[in-house]
Design a protein. Structure first.
Length: 74
């Protein structure tokens, strides 16, 4: 859980910057399908799952599906 605490604070800092410094309306994040820890951090940070993007990014020569999340900021 200690590592998730660091991740949670990092996500909170990015959300704060997106809201106050950049004035963004919405922020999006993506995780590998099997990355449950990152998905938990995003959900606890107020992000909602919006779907799965097939073959979203090429990692180590393989196209990987990703779970997509969003958070409406205002």
């Amino acid at each position: 859980m200690h590592r998730q605490g660091h991740r949670f604070r990092c996500v909170a800092a990015v959300v704060d910057m997106a809201t106050h410094a950049l004035g963004l309306h919405r922020i999006q994040a993506a995780t590998l399908v099997h990355n449950a820890a990152s998905q938990t951090v995003l959900k606890r940070s107020g992000f909602e799952r919006i779907g799965v993007a097939p073959s979203y990014l090429q990692i180590a020569g393989e196209w990987q599906d990703h779970v997509l999340f969003q958070r409406i900021l205002f």
